[in-house]
Design a protein around this ligand. Structure first.
Ligand SMILES: *[C@@H]1O[C@H](CO)[C@@H](O)[C@H](O)[C@H]1NC(C)=O
Ligand SMILES: *[C@@H]1O[C@H](CO)[C@@H](O)[C@H](O)[C@H]1NC(C)=O
Length: 369
């Protein structure tokens, strides 16, 4: 076949004078030119922006998903790593909204001219942009002198209210494991902010006490006006008033409440003996750790005195806590002597899944643990 084709082209070139060959060549030439033109036009209309999403963000169901974004804020290298993991999850789970990472300006000197050498933080940011379709937004860390410096940078979270390029954003803290995306929350009825209850803080003995709102998962309508209001409130904040206290004071009466089931839970729930607050019912028989983990969209790593799963070097005290405090297997009364270890399995999975994803999400060559 090939030989014959070569032979015939050779033949054509050698006998250009032949009328039949000339016609074939002219027709072929026209076809090639038209094809080349068409493919250039096609290329022009289908070129991808440098940080194009792998999944289509084009409206497939009439919804313009580019109006919506998940936001992450970063104040230091440790949490940058967690944020990139969470954004990788959204990418992997096929969320249709944008993904925005607000990072301290100094982490990436100039995203356009940066020459691909140098700092680990910058490399991770570039990886997030190029592989997970993340939009990078340089910011100034919002810092205040506070009583407990664990949260002195946490006001940075409130910059999500300033992402006015979007109609709605979902802000999730970086110490949260995202198990499923929550794109449907972008379509909630209008409200300045929607937050779940800090269900674990409910004082059951005091039904007049109002349950606080949790700020680690928030659906926000960015707005210049709201942001200005928040900023002036931050300036007047007491030195023991952090983002959660502040948001509760501002929005306790007006926020839409997201049901904590399924939107969020604490990792410590698997170690509790009474699950009434999480379940919202006293029916202990309803507690099924595997089912709960399947329904949860996010799990907040909050499990004192357990070490956080991103902690690099465990102390002897950490090791002791893991050994002594991890959820126990329970002996079911109905079945003879049969042990139920589902809480422990769910809990262990949560921690090991985090460590595994960390290895997958991050550049191995960066040597990020
Ligand atoms: C809020 O957003 C505006 C517009 O993008 C920007 O100019 C301003 O610096 C932002 N404010 C803060 C505190 O980041
Ligand atoms: C119940 O909660 C309310 C509001 O938080 C508080 O003012 C009140 O003192 C509490 N009552 C008791 C008995 O703790």
């Amino acid at each position: 076949m090939t030989v014959r084709f070569e032979k015939s082209t050779a033949h054509c070139f050698s006998v250009l004078a032949s009328g039949r060959c000339r016609t074939v060549l002219v027709v072929a030439g026209v076809i090639i030119t038209v094809y080349a033109l068409l493919s250039r036009i096609d290329e022009f209309y289908h070129q991808q922006p440098p940080y194009a999403l792998k999944q289509s963000s084009k409206p497939t169901d009439g919804t313009d998903w580019s109006r919506f974004a998940y936001t992450q804020y970063v104040t230091n290298s440790l949490y940058l790593c967690n944020s990139v993991m969470l954004l990788e999850r959204l990418h992997h789970l096929g969320s249709r909204a944008d993904r925005v990472l607000m990072y301290p300006e100094k982490m990436l000197p100039d995203p356009e001219t940066w020459d691909d050498g140098g700092f680990q933080d910058a490399e991770l940011l570039i990886k997030a942009r190029d592989e997970y379709g993340v939009k990078l937004k340089p910011i100034q860390v919002q810092h205040r002198e506070t009583v407990d410096d664990t949260w002195s940078d946490s006001y940075t979270k409130l910059l999500a209210f300033n992402q006015t390029h979007y109609e709605r954003v979902i802000a999730i803290d970086a110490d949260v494991a995202l198990l499923k995306h929550m794109d449907e929350l972008f379509l909630l009825p209008p409200c300045p902010v929607a937050m779940p209850r800090a269900y674990w803080l409910l004082d059951k003995a005091n039904i007049t006490s109002r349950m606080a709102l949790a700020s680690h998962v928030m659906v926000i309508q960015p707005s210049e006006r709201e942001f200005a209001r928040i900023q002036s409130r931050v300036e007047r904040a007491a030195d023991d008033e952090y983002d959660m206290e502040l948001l509760n004071k501002m929005y306790a009466d007006t926020a839409m409440v997201l049901p904590h089931r399924p939107y969020t839970m604490l990792s410590s729930e698997f170690r509790e003996t009474n699950h009434g607050l999480y379940l919202g019912s006293d029916d202990a028989g309803e507690w099924d750790p595997a089912a709960v983990l399947r329904e949860a969209r996010t799990v907040h790593f909050s499990d004192y005195p357990m070490p956080k799963p991103w902690k690099k070097k465990l102390t002897a005290w950490d090791e002791m806590n893991i050994r002594d405090l991890e959820p126990r297997c329970e002996v079911k009364r109905s079945e003879e002597e049969e042990e139920d270890c589902s809480a422990r399995e769910a809990w262990r999975w949560l921690y090991s899944d985090f460590r595994e994803r960390k290895a997958v999400s991050l550049l191995k060559k960066l040597n990020v643990e």
